[in-house]
Design a protein around this ligand. Sequence first.
Ligand code: BGC
Length: 476
Amino acid sequence: MADVPKDLMQEIKRLEEMFTVDTAKLKAITEHFISELAKGLSVEGGSIPMNPTWCMAFPTGYETGTFLALDMGGTNLRVCEIILTDEKSEFDIIQSKYRMPEELKSGTADELWEYIADCLQQFIESHHGTKDLERLPLGFTFSYPATQDYIDHGVLQRWTKGFDIDGVEGHNVVPMFEAAIAKRGVPIKLTALINDTTGTLIASAYTDTKMKIGCIFGTGCNAAYMENVGSIPKLAHMNLPPDTPMAINCEWGAFDNEHKVLPRTPYDIIIDKDSPRPGQQAFEKMIAGLYLGELFRLVLVDLHDNKEVHIFEGQNIDKLRKAYTLDSSFLSMVEEDPFENLSETGDLFQNKLGIVANHPELELIRRLAELIGTRAARLSSCGVAAIAKKKGYETCHVGADGSVFNKYPHFKQRGAQALREILDWAPKKSSKEEDPIEILAAEDGSGVGAALIAALTLKRVKEGNMAGILHPENFK
Ligand code: BGC
C-alpha cells in the first residue's frame, strides 16, 4: 500500500479497528453464546429460539424408501425425489430447480403457497405423468424459525432473510401448504417439516458418523445439533426419558439481539434499521451472505459522502447508492482479484457501478472486502465453538453448506483459524494434520437430509414412538 496517501491510510486503519475481532473478543462472544444456548432451551427462553425439531435420531446409513423433498430457499425452490437404497449410505436423486421470483418475497401468502404447489405439481407430472400415484412422503425444508410442537407442524416465528409476506408469521405453515396441494390433487403426504440446518446435520451424519453439528453459511446463517431431552427444560412437560435425542434448530442468527457482546459498527446498525425486521437476527446480519455486500456498499457511500478523504471524488455514485445492489459474490470477486494492480476490481467497479477507482481507492476497496469477509468467518466460528463447548465435544466434524461457505474465498481457513484461537489449540505439526474440530463441506441437507428425516420419522412411528406427531394418518 506504498502509494496510498496518508488520509486514505487513516481511513483504512479506522476500518481495520472497527471490523477486526481479536482473540479475546472471540472468546468473550463464545462464552456469552454458550449461556444464551442454554437460555434458549429454558422455560423462560432467550433470544436464540433453540427450536426442538422432533427429529429424534441420527441415521444408521440403512434407511430405505422413496421420498420427495421440497426446499424453499431464498433464491430457488428445489424439488427432489430421493431413493434411499439398500446399500449403506447410498441414494439416487432426481431434482428440478425453479427460480423464486423476487416479488414473491414481499407478495401475499396465497401467491407463495400457490407457486410452491405449482412447482411440486409440475415436478410430479414431469416425472410420473398424470397417472394415479400412491401418495409419496415428503420432507419440506422450510428454513425460517418455526415453533414445532410436532414434526408435521411449524408456526413461523418471524420471516428472516428479507422475506416479508403478510399473514404467515404466527401461523402454522403446514395447513397453508397442504391446502394449496390439495386444491391441485398433488399426491403427497407431508411427513416432516424441517430446517436446512437439521437436514444438513442428518445428511452429513449419514455418511460420516463424526458429524455432530450442521451449519448453513449462506443467504442466512444458522446451526443445528443433537441435544438430550434432559437438557431441554422447556420440554420437561413431555415426560420423555432424559437421554432421548432431539435435534435442536438453534436459530442462532438471533444471537445477541439485545446487543451485549457483538462489536457492531454504525454500518451494522443501518443494515438493521433499514431491514424489514429491525431488532431481529443481530448475529446473522453481521455474517450472512445477504448482508455482506450491503455492508461493503454502506461503508463506501459513507466514505464518499462524509469523510475527509472523499473517495471517488467528483464522480456520480448513483448506482452505488442503490440498497442491496451488491451481493456477496461481488465481494468474493474483489477478494479473488489475482492482480497486484487490482485491475479486475477496477473493471468490476467500472462495469457494475460506473465508477473509476484509482489505485489507492482500489487498495482500500480490497482491504474493506477482506475485513468484512474475515469478520463474518471469525464470528461464525464463535457459534460453532459455543455448541462444541456446551456439548463437551473436543473433537468432531461440523457439516457446513451455503453459498458463503462454499464460494466465499478464504471463509473456511479464516473460520478454522478463529476456532483455533477460541479453543486454544496448539499449532499444527504438519499441514496434513486435522484440526480437532473440522468444519467440512456437508452433504445435501435439504434434499437427502429431508428424505432421511422423513424416513427416520416413518420408522419411529412404525415402532410406536408417536412423540411429536400431529397427523399419524400420514405415517401409514
Ligand atoms: C433462518 C434459518 C436458516 C438460516 C439459513 C436464517 O435466516 O432463520 O432458519 O436455517 O437462515 O438458511
